[in-house]
Design a protein around this ligand. Structure first.
Ligand code: UD1
Ligand code: PEP
Length: 436
């Protein structure tokens, strides 16, 4: 078994560079299925296990995919298969994002039902509602969801009940090859939606309004391969912002985009953290004493749920009572029990968590329950006053962070990753081998 062992007490100092965003690259790679002519070259791709998984899904669908030096090159010009089996969807729910592109290009898609995960039930009804509005028939049975259309999808007006990121991406990626114009209302506004729209437009699509609540897509007949640079990962950036703040350190987070981080910056400033925009990125300087604040997770531009557990680690060190309310996912508090093992004064009340700080965090054996929980437990370990924190279930961490322990060690953290079974492999292989 692999674990990360961390001992607290060191202030972090120096510079760390964030990678391309996981949540941007996954829909972009899925949408590369739309190019029937030419190759797509996706740049600034992080070596994450989720990227290896989506690449495998595309290979299974009969694309040629190469991943080298941070570039994924995809040739989707051959006849495509239409089925994404459970072995991929089980590993990564974002596999469902191939459904829109397949339906648009092949008129048919069959995807294993994603089911729930550690953070909630996560249905895909809004994705399917969008496909149906565009003329698709949808059938669910035997653990699969199948959608098919006679001829071509047609444009439609689609109102999302909730601004779902995945539904907005899947519907956008279906609508680009539909006949006529599609309008998505109450669309998600996350920066990753804008990145996907830019990629689709690079392939020859006509998408307008991404980043606002109304997205208009005029269908075209064919899409072509293009080159695309993935946006920097705002959640990885936010995670290192917390690492700097929780240790009272001074860290420059290179490549971070300040406009993508406004809600995180605002809350951290309220807590007494100094945040300075510099040319290369964002500098974070932790104070001697952190102040308690309340946080509510919301769709963008609200506070991101993907930073909820990391901010919880930070609030455990703040003086006073803080509350975090989770409104995006129904059950994203599995890490609370693990924090309690580290001597946190913390309790769950319905959809909120209440903390009384500053807590004297102590090292303990803890298990990651999802990828952000993994990062949060390591962050708490950096701030523990005594003992070693040993974090297991690192398969979650590897979905979303490249060399997290190495980057923290370079900033001065006392941290190492150990394995019962030493492996003689390159870093990129190491991630994929974990999921072989
Ligand atoms: C790969 C990726 O980009 N993942 C991100 C994406 O996930 P994902 O795209 O799955 O998140 P959504 O925005 O779709 O989900 C938000 C909420 O809407 C619900 N819902 C969603 C779709 C649907 O058809 N019906 C429905 O009820 C979900 O159960 C959840 O409670 O956005 C989330 C919200 O910012 C982030 O936490 C994830 O990191
Ligand atoms: C929940 C997350 O990702 P996913 O939707 O891929 O599970 C995340 O990135 O925090």
């Amino acid at each position: 078994m692999e674990k990360i062992i961390v001992r607290g007490g060191r202030r972090l100092n120096g510079t760390v560079r964030v990678e391309g965003a996981k949540n941007a690259v996954l829909p972009v790679i899925a949408a590369a299925l739309l190019a029937s002519d030419g190759k797509n070259v996706i740049c600034d791709v992080p070596a994450l296990s989720d990227v290896y998984t989506i690449n495998e899904v595309l290979r299974h669908l009969n694309c040629d995919v190469a991943f080298e030096n941070g570039q994924v090159i995809i040739d989707a010009s051959k006849e495509l298969n239409i089925e994404a089996p459970f072995e991929y969807v089980r590993k990564m729910r974002a596999s469902v994002l191939v459904m829109g592109p397949l339906l648009a290009r092949k008129g048919r898609a069959r995807i294993a039902l994603p089911g729930g995960c550690a953070i909630g039930s996560r249905p895909i009804d809004q994705h399917l509602k969008g496909f149906e509005a565009m003329g698709a028939k949808v059938k669910v049975g035997n653990g699969f969801v199948e959608a098919y259309v006679d001829g071509r999808l047609h444009g439609a007006k689609i109102y999302l009940d909730f601004p779902s990121v995945g539904a907005t991406e899947n519907i956008m990626s279906a609508a680009v090859l539909a006949q006529g114009t599609t309008v998505i209302e109450n669309a998600a506004k996350e920066p990753e939606i804008v990145d996907l729209a830019n990629f689709l437009n690079g392939m020859g699509a006509k998408v307008r309004g991404a980043g606002t609540g109304t997205i208009r897509i005029e269908g075209v007949d064919t899409l072509y391969g293009t080159q695309h640079h993935v946006i920097p990962d705002r959640v990885e950036a936010g995670t290192f912002m917390v690492a700097a703040a929780i240790t009272g350190g001074n860290v420059l987070i290179e490549n971070a985009v300040p406009e993508h981080l406004s809600s995180i910056t605002a809350k951290m400033e309220e807590m007494g953290v100094t945040i300075i925009e510099e040319e290369e990125g964002v500098r974070v300087i932790g104070p001697e004493r952190l102040k308690a604040v309340d946080i509510k997770t919301m769709p963008h531009p609200g506070f991101p749920t993907d930073m909820q557990s990391q901010m919880m680690a930070l609030l455990l060190k703040a003086g006073g009572t803080s509350m975090i309310t989770e409104t995006v996912f129904e059950n994203r508090f599995m890490h609370v029990e693990e924090f309690r093992r580290m001597n946190a004064d913390i309790k769950i009340e319905g959809r909120a968590v209440i903390m009384n700080g500053p807590c004297d965090l102590q090292g303990a054996e803890v298990a990651a329950t999802d990828l952000r929980a993994a990062a949060a437990l390591i962050l708490a370990g950096l701030a523990a006053s005594e003992g070693y924190t040993r974090v297991t279930e690192l398969k979650h961490l590897d979905r979303g962070y490249v060399n997290f322990h190495g980057k923290l060690a370079a900033l001065g953290a006392d941290i190492e990753r150990v394995s019962d079974k030493p492996q003689q492999v390159q870093p990129e292989q190491q991630v994929s081998d974990l999921h072989a």
